[in-house]
Design a protein around this ligand. Structure first.
Ligand SMILES: *Cc1c(COP(=O)(O)O)cnc(C)c1O
Length: 397
């Protein structure tokens, strides 16, 4: 296994070596190596996973028949507990759609849907920055696929004109809020494009928007008023919904096809009914959590303005705030510095992001206090100049 050792050494040399941290989440905090830090790196955007009273309430009312710790089977065999049907019916109703189907994870959803629906005569056009799970879905399938420049609709349309004729169907694939950059896809314009070109199927991954955006918290498509124009609307349940799993909202014929053909749906044990029951409990309450969404939106505006005042600018206007650094080594140093001050921010490095674009990734959460947000922006203002503009502050390399 010597070949592995040299590969690992190469990762270490470029600052891209990763290890699993021993860490424990305690409400909004992360306990790690004897330190207690505000957890600004999780996807618990509404603070629901940290809300022990909410979980206690769920446990009080859940029926023992629904709180099983295992499904013991795939849903196509004996694992289709009624809680899954209820969860899917609830999602379909919320979105005003014909159907919904749930999966064990967003990774399963995105690696399974495209191979099940897109055949060898089809074309997939995906945003350059879509999540790794979508890339893997394209790799696993039969369809030809091309990535268009990030959020660049003129590039997308050029590809549609060049390649469109030769293909039966064209899948356009994007995230709504991009996971690493925090910026947003132009959903209205994509829907407009779909109206102008026949055979377009629009696939939108709302992993970082479900629960947060739109008046009912259904995502950016709800906010933009285009949910009924999205053919495949994917949401994940492990982020703002504080549970596990994922779903697609779609036509009934799509659901039926996925049940018959989607390998990560068919060949896996369903999630424990207990987990699906918790998802259902949270999803039923999401539409009323307007205060949390509003709080997060205000905090987001405040943080972006404060960072801009420090000359730190990004394309993000969302609760995902990348703080661009560049080199992986510098990014790690900055992360360590803010962690020492009690803010758990993590460096994001290649291969998650392109070479030379390492950054800190700040995930805001609705349960931060005003004081904490203020301290955080002060800390970033104090720490980042030394990393981002080294020449102005010191001369060593
Ligand atoms: C997190 C994420 C996924 C994967 O979802 P899991 O439920 O964690 O497997 C898929 N797509 C995007 C955009 C994500 O950020």
């Amino acid at each position: 296994m010597d070949f592995l050792q040299s590969q690992l050494e190469a990762l270490k040399a470029t600052g891209n070596y990763r290890t699993l941290a021993h860490a424990e989440q305690e409400g909004r905090y992360l306990l790690k190596e004897g330190r207690r830090m505000l957890n600004l790196s999780s996807n618990d955007y509404l603070g629901l996973a940290a809300d022990h009273a909410l979980y206690a309430d769920f446990l009080r009312q859940v029926s023992p028949r629904w709180s099983l710790p295992s499904s013991s089977s795939s849903r196509l065999l004996t694992g289709n507990h009624p809680v899954f049907d209820e969860l899917e019916a609830t999602l379909a109703r919320l979105y005003g759609a014909e159907a919904a189907l749930t999966f064990n994870s967003g990774y399963d959803a995105n690696t399974g849907i495209l191979p099940a629906l897109a055949g060898k005569d089809d074309l997939i056009l995906a945003d350059k920055l879509v999540h790794a799970s979508l890339i893997d879905g394209m790799r696993l399938g039969q369809a030809h696929w091309i990535r268009y420049r990030h959020n660049d609709l003129s590039h997308l349309e050029r590809l549609l004109k060049q390649e469109g004729e030769a293909h039966q169907r064209i899948f356009i694939v994007t995230e709504s809020i991009f996971s690493m950059d925090g910026d947003e896809a132009p959903l209205r314009e994509l829907v407009e494009l779909k109206r102008r070109y026949p055979h377009i199927i629009l696939y939108v991954d709302e992993a970082h928007a479900f629960g947060l955006r739109g008046s009912k918290g259904l995502g950016c498509a709800e906010e933009a008023g285009v949910t009924s124009d999205i053919d495949l609307l994917v949401g994940t349940l492990g982020k703002a919904a504080a549970s596990a799993g994922a779903f697609v909202v779609c036509r009934q014929s799509v659901r039926d096809s996925l049940v018959n053909r989607m390998r990560p749906f068919i060949f896996t044990t369903a999630l424990p009914p207990l987990v699906a029951a918790w998802s259902l409990y949270v999803i039923r309450r999401l539409p009323e959590m307007k205060d949390k969404r509003r709080r997060l939106a205000c905090m987001t505006r405040y943080v972006h303005e404060a960072l801009q005042a420090q000359g730190i600018s990004t394309a993000s206007h969302s609760h995902i705030v990348p703080i661009p650094v560049g080199r992986s080594g510098d990014t790690i140093r900055l992360a360590e510095q803010v962690q020492r001050r009690g803010f758990y921010l993590l460096p994001v490095r290649p291969p998650t992001v392109p070479e030379g674009t390492s950054r800190l990734r700040l995930s805001l959460r609705a349960d931060l206090t005003d004081e904490e947000v203020k301290n955080l922006t002060h800390e970033l203002a104090a720490s980042t100049p030394f990393i981002l503009h080294p020449k102005q502050h010191h001369t060593d390399s």
